[in-house]
Design a binder for this molecule. Sequence first.
Ligand code: ZN
Length: 407
Amino acid sequence: MKIILIVLDGLGDALILALRNKTPLEAAKTPNLDWLARKGVCGLVKPWQMGSSKPASDTCHLALFGYDPKIYYLGRGPYEASGIGMKLKKGDVALRTNFGTVDENLKIIDRRAGRIENTQSLVKAISKIRIKGVNILIKKSYGHRIVLVLRGKDISSAITDGDPHKAGEKVRKIFPICIFGKCGERERGKAEFTAQVLNEFLEKAHHILKNHPLNKKRKKQKLLPANYLLVRGAGEVREIPSFKEKHGLKAGCIAGGGLYKGIGKILGMDLIKVKGATGFADTNLKGKFLTAKKATRSHDFIFLHIKATDSLAEDGNYFGKKEFIERIDKDLKPLLKLKNTLIVVTGDHATCSELKRHCSEPFPILIYCDRIKADTVKAFSEKACKKGKLGRIKQLYLMPKILLYNK
Ligand code: ZN
């Protein structure tokens, strides 16, 4: 049997008064998802969380694929780097980076430099910086974002963020985390060296950026100059067992957002391109579902990620989330008639629209195939799936459960 796992990012939500005390999923008209729920088995998923912190998309996806984030999480940088097509090597340290705007005292005016888009000439200029002992690779991501990769013998990801994550604050110097944590002598030396390299690089980059013709032009046009690199999420690339090695399934990944492509790629999934898959609400949903259907011919397991359910909720747009779920429902119709295919629909975590952030609420899952013995659930929603046969499942134990139905 083949498996299509559809992950609607931030699927779950809390009850919203303006939606007559329903969640966006409960309020949405979803005849096709309800059909799958009625003919399949359902339950609720408890997202993976580190202590009391809110669930995060990257660690939740790892848990969803059966990888314990405590062992296998690399940090955000490598997933982002991989997602934009950078070829990583074992030992590389990758960092997510924003072009930001600072004043003369290095206080942040805007963390996104007025959402600058055309950063190619800036990337080219800072790519010329050379620091002894490391190679620094830089690639443009979307909008104001780039990814930095440090490559060298004595580097470590045990370093702090330079980005204070807040406008109005001064940019931070990079420190080795080993000073505060417990590290061996060798790791401490590497972390100190990496912090020193990055601090030198960021200073040189600031000097180049503030004098760059594009930024001078932007200032004249009363646009914010992109004069500082805000780095965060350092992570070191190491080998982890591929999805195939772990589950014995040849996997393909269909996603618009870079992070999700990166996670898929690092787990050894084939990236399957879909024209118009953007990772935003305007994404080519129909194209993604049709491509997934086709990909079952060449792959055993298709991971199909849809992002905007989460982004709309993070913007507080619960009506938008409801309507987007309705569009997903309409466009996934071609999957309903698939034979010999397990269709799984779930989320990675809940995103509470009224709080505009990820939240710990459990969220639904359905597992369907044409010969499964259905439970009594009649609709796909938080409320209905609570009574499903799967019960409440911890996210890390989801893959073994799904594979039980893969006969
Ligand atoms: Zn997410």
